[in-house]
Write a protein that binds this ligand. Structure first.
Ligand SMILES: N[C@@H](CCC[C@H](N)C(=O)O)C(=O)O
Length: 283
């Protein structure tokens, strides 16, 4: 019986099934369904989705991301750190800094090792945030930005700032994160008619000018422990609304990320990357 070789990895608890396309062959038409099946916690492996690592004609590597509902996303911040660790540890590159192609554009990952040579953290240059409604996409004037715009969600007003990090995010500031019903409000905004391709939803409580508490409802995956692109979008939203300085410590359910929106206009994300297991999936 042949099966599909996989590696399960997580970044702050945001976990995916990684498939190495340098070794494994998958058919395009099976990808969405495979993502749903491997992600199933009862009959599959259990994950927030599936990520493919393969060759690129434009960069050192290419990453494709599927949420656990089978939808394909254009970017994944935690996924990028895991892909970087994977290709470095498995000798697919001898560089400690390399480019990764995503559907949302090219990014650059830099590995930081400890004195034992092991990967300690990965920093990803996520590129500049995209703020125009057409970049999300979001209905309205395509050339305008959404910064503290109030929308109606089932009769309740929510003030959002919309940021694309290759994938779309709606960021909402709250006074007390413990009072937010993420499981109820998240999907109501994910499927709001203003977002024709749906949207990831972030709730943030500002602790200080360099620190936030973060919760996320991910498009296509629901509540997750962490979202790298979401953390970038949250920091950008806080800076745009003059609530945060340019370097932000983000406390996610699964741990912390450091996000910096530098003067070069790019957003840099630094955080850990961890293995869970290697295995073979017979599904
Ligand atoms: N968890 C990811 C984002 C994954 C994709 C997202 N759900 C989408 O549909 O855009 C991250 O760490 O950025």
């Amino acid at each position: 019986m042949t099966g599909l070789k996989f590696t399960k990895m997580h970044g702050l608890g945001n976990n995916y099934i990684y498939v190495n396309l340098f070794e494994e062959r998958l058919r395009e038409e099976e990808l969405a369904d495979l993502a749903v099946r491997v992600s199933n916690v009862n009959t599959g492996i259990g994950s927030d989705g599936m990520i493919l690592i393969g060759p690129s004609e434009r960069a050192d590597f290419r990453m494709r991301v599927f949420n656990n509902d089978g939808s394909e996303a254009k970017n994944c911040g935690n996924g990028l750190r895991m892909v970087a660790k994977y290709v470095y540890d498995r000798g697919l590159t001898d560089k400690d800094q390399f480019q990764i192609e995503t559907l949302g554009g090219l990014v650059e990952a830099k590995i930081q090792t400890g004195s034992d040579g092991k990967v300690e953290e990965v920093t990803v240059d996520m590129g500049p945030p995209r703020l125009l409604k057409k970049d999300l996409p979001m209905l309205g004037d395509p050339e305008s930005k959404t910064i503290s715009e109030t929308i109606d969600v089932d009769g309740v007003p929510y003030t959002i700032t919309a940021v694309s990090m290759g994938n779309p995010h709606a960021v909402i500031f709250v006074d007390d994160i413990t009072q937010v019903d993420v499981a109820a409000v998240g999907p109501a905004i994910e499927f709001h008619p203003l977002f024709p391709e749906r949207v990831n939803v972030e709730f943030i409580q500002v602790v200080g000018r360099g620190e936030i508490i973060f919760r996320v409802w991910e498009r296509g995956s629901g509540i997750t422990q962490a979202c790298g692109t979401g953390a970038c979008a949250a920091a950008v939203a806080g800076i745009l609304n003059a609530r945060l300085d340019r370097k932000v410590l983000v406390h996610l359910l699964g741990g912390d990320l450091v996000i910096e929106w530098k003067e070069d206009g790019h957003v840099y994300m630094t955080g850990p990357a961890e293995y869970v297991c290697d295995g073979v999936y017979y599904g």
